[in-house]
Design a protein around this ligand. Sequence first.
Ligand code: ZN
Ligand code: ZN
Length: 175
Amino acid sequence: MGKRYYCDYCDRSFQDNMHNRKKHLNGVQHHRAKKAWFHNFRDAAAILAEEQTKKPCRKFLQTGQCGFGSSCRFSHMTEKDLANLEQHIEDERRRKEGPVEQGVAPERSVDDWLSRREKRRAALDSGREPEEEEEEESPQHLDVPPHLLSIPDLPPSLLPPPPTGWNQVPRTEWG
Ligand SMILES: [Zn+2]
Ligand SMILES: [Zn+2]
């Protein structure tokens, strides 16, 4: 038994030889499957835009069936499908650019942190008291990104200190 060729688009396999491959790749069924595959993975917005330019497929909308499948030049989407798709696109868009979930502090960037540290150092070097803003830099206001706090089983070295500070470790003599 020779090698088998598996076609992802059609989800079927056959004995791999020139003749079978050529026959399969040129077959109507394969073309249809390939088109449907790309259709499914295309950007939702592109699908919506295209569907909106098509006329509804009467046959499909009345009987739920249409021999042309996804290669039909009429739209197989109902008003409701289109509305759902539109909603989906809207949700995706909001998720991408919208603010982080309510209640969660906006993430602070490392650059931000570094520049504030630089300022604080400069203030200390010049003997001045740190500015008001820096005073609130108590252990309760650690700059730990919220998503890190929710990772279970962090090694102790990566855990934030408890609000009360670390317990004093007893001095151990070595040797
Ligand atoms: Zn195929
Ligand atoms: Zn149709």
